[in-house]
Write a protein that binds this ligand. Structure first.
Ligand SMILES: [Zn+2]
Length: 165
């Protein structure tokens, strides 16, 4: 999501981005393919395939939200409940790991299956780093405690030595 810019401080209207025409074309194609009623599947498919080819030729990446709604095999639009089925899968033992949830989208036309993890990769990395840090902290605190104990032992030994002599 782009942050909405407020009114220009200089008073001049912002010039349109150099690829505004391509953006509007891509947007139109996606909207057109999603608005079409279910009988005109062929036309909808044509629009999506056209959308893909335009984005390829103009080297404009489609947003993941748009990409996830297009079947990679038959390039038909994947509308949950209408042209595709969506379910959540968890292959961890007894579903113990909630972060292993995967959304499985099956195309209603060709049966192609796409899987999307529900947890972001970046989020997982951050979680791992946090866990490592926590471990390091606990280990270092333990080491400090053992160090203290050793010191105490030494002091006790010294005391016994003093009493022995
Ligand atoms: Zn398909």
């Amino acid at each position: 999501m782009k942050k909405a810019k407020g009114p220009a401080s200089s008073g001049k209207p912002n010039p349109p981005p150099p690829q505004a025409a391509i953006f509007s074309r891509l947007s139109f194609l996606h909207q057109a393919s999603s608005i079409l009623p279910s009988p005109s599947v062929g036309l909808s498919r044509y629009y999506t395939s056209h959308l893909l080819s335009v984005s390829k030729k103009s080297v404009q990446r489609l947003s993941p939200a748009v990409k996830h709604t297009i079947c990679k095999r038959c390039s038909s639009l994947l509308l949950p409940g209408k042209t595709s089925t969506t379910r959540v899968e968890n292959k961890s033992k007894n579903g113990r790991k909630p972060w292993a949830d995967v959304v499985v989208v099956t195309c209603g036309f060709c049966g192609a299956v796409r899987r999307f993890p529900t947890v972001d990769k970046q989020e997982m990395k951050e979680r791992k780093i946090m866990k490592r840090k926590e471990k390091d902290i606990s280990v270092s605190s333990r080491e400090q405690e053992t160090g203290k104990e050793e010191e105490e032992h030494k002091e006790k030994k010294e005391d016994t030595d003093m009493t022995g002599t």
